[in-house]
Design a binder for this molecule. Structure first.
Ligand SMILES: Cc1cc2nc3c(=O)[nH]c(=O)nc-3n(C[C@H](O)[C@H](O)[C@H](O)COP(=O)(O)OP(=O)(O)OC[C@H]3O[C@@H](n4cnc5c(N)ncnc54)[C@H](O)[C@@H]3O)c2cc1C
Length: 395
């Protein structure tokens, strides 16, 4: 089976940034992407909050992110990941091609638009129902359309759609938007935009193409019809995690839970970007997550190699594990080192403060401790407080 150091699933802003950081820290990096590198930003025309770039189209930014990752020679493969299995420390990624074994994996699969779930939505998708203004906006030249939602994406995309449509009606279930002030101001001052508050879509009706929406006011219960030839749904997102099958801890419909190092509940599997349970889902936060995840994955991989080479590969070795920030422990470490020098005992010093996670992984709770490894397993361990106790352990 193909074996790689770091496999990144998803080439959106999170995955591409992780690829840049992974390559720059010397890792062998493979990026798996089922669609177009760049992710969701490919479907927006306006990015005005990526620091240093006042305005760019999503496609332009996506292209520059991909070129940046390619510049550092990250390898890309077009494939869809279908599952991940973890067996002991082995992480195997199942794709629609061959399986790949990875030392560390970063899940950067982002999120997709939530469906409304209204009758007619599924049948009329691609026939007036759309989730992408940049892809489909131009089909509605001089026509009346609706946008569903009240967040940034809905409000910004409604403004974008006024380039084509004669009228854009935003339908929002609440009585105020959850978008940036600037985006709201732009929408509210646009003469082509009208808003229907406190209202949901009950049904999308049309023979071959969308003809009208049945709306319901959530306060009064009153229903009404709105004649439109297109409806753009921006009603939130769902994480792209179906292939994970609950492998790592998640909340509220699959958003992956990580700590600040982007570590998931499974060692060696990291998550970055929109797929995470987080406060702000944007390009800039996805990129930040990708950088952190790659650096944490790099530390994890070197830790694994360190444990392997130092403690698990030798036939027999004894480690003195101590905390370098505790002065008596640091002193005892150098006494043990001096005492072992020139003798035949195979003793290594391991700073348990710097290698905290490795020490936890070995199940060592008390420092300082002597731990004897034989053929990769712990044979004996004992907490020691003096050179005499250490020498006794060694003899
Ligand atoms: C219309 C729109 C407008 C937006 N406007 C802005 C904006 O102005 N400013 C801003 O900062 N953010 C904006 N965003 C949000 C921004 O695009 C996202 O926050 C960002 O793209 C998240 O990056 P990501 O890398 O986490 O995920 P994504 O961009 O979602 O990328 C995930 C990638 O993973 C791939 N993938 C998924 N599943 C698999 C699988 N099983 N196997 C292989 N590959 C897989 C996908 O194909 C995709 O390419 C907008 C989003 C949309 C949709």
């Amino acid at each position: 089976m193909e074996k790689r150091e770091l496999v990144i699933i998803g080439a959106g802003p999170a995955g591409l940034t992780a690829a840049i950081y992974g390559k720059r820290s010397g890792l062998d990096v493979l990026v798996l992407e089922k669609g177009i590198p760049g992710g969701q930003i490919n479907v927006t025309d306006e990015i005005e909050n990526w620091t240093g770039v006042i305005h760019a189209s999503g496609a332009e930014l996506a292209d520059s992110f991909r070129k940046h990752a390619e510049h550092f020679k990250a390898e890309f493969r077009e494939t869809e990941v279908k599952g991940i299995t973890v067996d002991g420390g082995r992480k195997v990624i199942h794709t629609d091609g061959d399986d790949i074994e990875a030392e560390a994996v970063i899940i950067a699969t982002g999120a997709s638009f939530k469906k409304l779930g209204a009758p007619g939505e599924k049948e009329l998708t691609g026939r007036g129902v759309s989730y992408c203004a940049v892809c489909d906006g131009a089909f509605f030249e001089d026509q009346e359309i609706a946008v569903i939602g009240g967040g940034n994406t809905a409000v910004e995309e409604a403004v974008y759609l006024t380039q084509f449509a004669s009228k854009v009606t935003i339908i929002h279930r609440r009585d105020s938007f959850r978008a940036d002030r600037l985006a709201i101001e732009r929408a509210m001052s646009n003469p082509k935009i009208e808003v229907i508050w406190n209202t949901v879509v009950e049904e999308i009706i049309g023979e071959d193409m969308v003809e009208k929406l049945v709306l319901k006011n959530v306060r009064t219960g009153e229903t009404s019809d709105l004649a439109v030839s297109g409806v753009f749904v921006f009603a939130g997102m769902d994480p792209n995690v179906s292939f994970m099958q609950g492998l790592v801890d998640s909340v509220g419909g699959g958003w992956i839970v990580t700590n600040e190092r982007m570590e998931t509940s499974i060692e060696g599997i990291f998550a970055a970007g929109d797929v995470r349970d987080k406060y702000l889902r944007q390009v800039i936060t996805a990129a930040g997550d990708g950088a952190t995840a790659a650096m944490a994955a790099s530390a994890y991989i070197s830790e694994q190699l360190h444990i392997q080479g130092l403690l698990l590969e030798p036939e027999q070795v004894t480690a003195f594990i101590f905390s370098s920030i505790d002065e008596p422990q640091a002193r005892l470490a150098s006494e043990i080192e001096n005492s072992a020098a020139g003798k035949r005992s195979n003793v290594v010093l391991l700073d348990g403060y710097k290698n905290r996670r490795m020490v936890e992984k070995l199940g060592i709770t008390e420092l300082p401790s002597m731990v004897e490894f034989r053929k990769g397993s712990i044979a004996r361990k004992q907490q020691v407080g003096s050179l005499e106790e250490a020498v006794k352990f060694l003899s």
